[in-house]
Design a binder for this molecule. Sequence first.
Ligand code: BG6
Length: 540
Amino acid sequence: MALENPVPGGGARPPQPCVLVIFGGDGHLSWSKLLPAVYNLNVDGVLPSHFAVVCFGLPSTEAGTKAADPDAYLRDRAKDGIQRFSRQPLNPGHWEDFARSLFFVPGSFGDAAAYEKLKARLKTVEAQFGIPGSRVYYLAVPPGLVAASVSHLRDAGLVSGPDEQRAFSRVIVEKPIGRDLKSAREVIQNVAAAFAEGQTYRIDHYLGKETVQNLLVLRFANSIFEPLWNQKYIDHVQITVAEEEGISNFDEDGKMTSSRVGYYEGVGALRDMVQNHMLQVLCIVAMEPPHSLEPDVVRDAKVNVLHCLRPMRPGTIKENVVRAQYIEGYEHGRRVKGYRHEVRQYFEEFVKKPIPPESVHSATETYVALRAFVDNWRWAGVPFYLRTGKRLPKRASEVAIQFKEVPQVLFNANPETPLEPTVLTLRVQPEEGLAMRLVSKLPGPKVRFYPVKMEFNYISAFGRSSPEAYERLILDVMAGDATNFMRADAVETAWKFVVPILEYWERERARDLPEYQCGTWGPIEADRLIERDGRTWRTL
Ligand code: BG6
């Protein structure tokens, strides 16, 4: 379906010719997300006219280590990743074109000589593709390797100055940015030793999701919402990110086939999901209208929300935050192991290492629910309920704005049978869309009520799937548009909100760690958290 006359949104800058250098180019993120994303940009014809991808890092498979032709090996890996994960199916013509611009420089991030190899290869590739020395470095590496990668890049003379327009250098830093405020500041400073803030793009892929972007448009391109978007009319907001997946995958025989325990253990849902994705979404829901779409104007408006978050204090954490961990349960009738079992199996069988003592009775949370307040004039007294968890009954993420009940007169006069309040729901995934629940009269002679829904669904409205978040964000970096990336102050302010909770939990350790069975909607304590306020979690 062709869309008639879409209206340009303004602010869109064209992507500039460059090489995308993926550190960890043979790693999982690159294989499953980044290379498929770039392939889709190629299919959609939106890449810069002069463009190539150079993957850098140690091969992640045995075949890669033995490969006589690293480029050919990488192209095979990329093809496999695209076949499995790409939004659009692999098309032979596009693939040939894409594969020609894909290269691999094997090397260790800590080895200065590898950067010399990278430098030489970049020169050849740039000459071949007519690229003026502009580079986007994507650090898809564990946080511990960021400092070494950046300083080697600088020492090898691979980073141009912040004012260099023709042969620019930009760096994309993946989350997690640190594991607390102190370590986040270290990461920020390490990167700043080579790249200015204007060259640094801290990625939070939730900011690239179509529906999250649409929040801004919905709020500020329609006149009906903004007058109602405040404590006078809104009762509360619920932000949910529910995941069906756990931390590990198993085959039919219970053998672990893949696992993120190595990353997740000791990290947990608060650091993994709340500190970044969920707080960023909250910011877009709660921010004041920016006066322009300039990146820093939008980012100022968002960071102001973080500054207004009511700090969590030891005395208030228990009543405002619930953490929990999944235990054995059922998913679609299949028995699923609990998190601690996964941790044990990961260390003992999967990586064959002794289990660290602190992980024997792991207190890592796989679920968090919390009640936050944005203490400013717009949001005074309006609770923001956030919940996220793994191994919940289904994958479903949404933002729900629940409006206040109508006064108890007329149709709502009977307190025994209150009318359902109006709810505006933005479905982030799956089935991206938005819905408004309203009360309607049931046809017939009597006045009876029925909740009805006005729906808008992306696929049926636009006739095509939305681009993946990484597609949009990579393109933004090539265009030099930092609007949808986290500025250093936002990262730090989000940590300031989260750290007191982490410290409180650290003191409590496993004492007081509620559990929930796999395939359920979380612990009873999370229900109590919201029910105490006379409200309930939405059914998804
Ligand atoms: C990542 C987290 O940032 O986001 C994962 O590290 C999580 O734990 C993922 O599963 C969720 O992303 P999405 O796009 O699948 O909702």
